[in-house]
Design a binder for this molecule. Structure first.
Ligand SMILES: NC(=O)c1ccc[n+]([C@@H]2O[C@H](COP(=O)([O-])OP(=O)(O)OC[C@H]3O[C@@H](n4cnc5c(N)ncnc54)[C@H](OP(=O)(O)O)[C@@H]3O)[C@@H](O)[C@H]2O)c1
Length: 331
């Protein structure tokens, strides 16, 4: 495993972080519903592999991901840096409508009152007295940044939180949040198929010394195997809403897999590793947040850190992907 300091903090995090959205189940990840036993096995494997960094959020499985982690972390909380989020909640006590899912209405609220309540609720579900890094899940312009950052700084002073991050933000948001404190990382969508938001963000994170944490690097599995795009997903499953399953993108993804297949032989790696190694090459302080529900996928992903992708091969991968890329994606 390789490690990196998150932003300007002293939090020493594994470059591969364990994304725990999928373990929350619900209609979003409907083909598997992990239980505490499975999450414990994942944490055992993470420890074995040197992964010391977990990302979750209140809304992943409407509390389920945090609850399962809280149970599985009993007796070993200090083995991991634990990151969760604030702003999206299903309390129905204010905020702006964000989405409806599994019978719950989720609102976005970055007021001081709401983010403090979010943190209290997460501490309880996670059965811990502190969160290492709290991420504003969806940056929102309806409350002053000064108010949101003020509340987060108070949580740091109270010892409930150690560092702050932003997600689903723009470079100008990072500039604004940095006026009122320090942002250790931004957690943003970035993949070979949807790379443009990240590319436009790199100069601003470099300016502030902020870690760029990637989510969706494997596009929820679509970048792991050619036939993934031919699967069908039940209603509500997040993967059924992505653009990859529709032509002409679907066909272009098949062509991309064909074009890069020789590289999987050259580097003796999986497709997932090839695309993860490509992402790691794009920015030096990049943290690879990858979703796992199975020990095998967690083990495989860690192998991407051993790949030294040549510039020429990185270019080949980019050219092969170009016809399948989208400029924007909303998850
Ligand atoms: N801030 C936000 O708005 C936001 C949005 C989306 C995600 N996130 C966070 O980012 C994390 C990662 O993103 P993601 O879950 O969307 O998707 P992802 O990392 O693009 O893909 C996860 C999927 O890829 C599979 N996988 C992982 N490594 C693999 C490998 N080496 N070979 C084959 N398959 C592999 C996993 O399989 P298995 O499930 O079978 O193990 C899972 O289905 C989430 O868990 C969540 O914590 C944040």
């Amino acid at each position: 495993m390789k490690y990196q300091k998150l932003g300007k903090t002293d939090l020493n995090a594994s470059v591969v972080a364990f994304g725990a959205w999928g373990i929350g189940g619900g209609s979003v990840w409907s083909d598997m519903n992990p239980a505490v036993k499975d999450v414990s096995n994942l944490l055992d494997a993470a420890k074995d592999l040197g992964i010391n960094y977990i990302d979750t959020a209140p809304v992943y499985g409407t509390g389920m991901s945090e609850k399962l982690l809280g149970e599985a972390l009993k007796g070993r909380r200090d083995d991991f840096l634990l990151q969760t989020k604030c702003s999206l909640n299903w309390r129905n006590d204010g905020g702006n409508f964000h989405y409806e899912r599994d019978g719950y209405t989720v609102n976005n609220d970055t007021s001081a009152r709401a983010v403090k309540k979010d943190v209290e609720d997460s501490l309880e579900r996670l059965q811990t007295d502190h969160i290492d890094l709290i991420v504003v899940h969806y940056v929102c312009k309806d409350w002053p940044v000064e108010e949101t950052m003020g509340a987060l700084q108070e949580l740091i002073e109270e010892g409930k939180v150690r560092a702050i991050g932003l997600s689903n933000s723009q470079p100008a948001d990072l500039d604004e949040y940095e006026k009122y404190g320090t942002v250790a990382l931004v957690q943003e969508q970035f993949s070979l198929l949807a790379p443009y938001h990240g590319i436009s963000y790199f100069p601003t994170v470099a300016k502030h010394g902020t870690t760029f944490q990637v989510y969706g690097v494997l596009e929820e599995g679509f970048l792991t195997a050619p036939d993934y795009v031919d699967r069908t997903f039940p209603k509500g499953d997040v993967r059924g809403k992505l653009p990859w399953i529709h032509d002409p993108i679907r066909t272009n993804i098949h062509k991309m897999f064909e074009a890069v297949q020789p590289l999987t032989e050259k580097y003796a790696c999986s497709y997932a590793n090839l695309f993860e190694a490509w992402a790691l090459k794009q920015y030096p302080n990049l943290n690879l947040l990858t979703g796992f529900r199975r020990v095998e996928t967690m083990r495989d992903t860690c192998k991407c850190l051993d790949i030294e992708l040549s510039d020429e091969d990185a270019r080949l991968i980019w050219e092969a992907a170009k016809p399948a890329q989208v400029r924007e994606i909303d998850k």
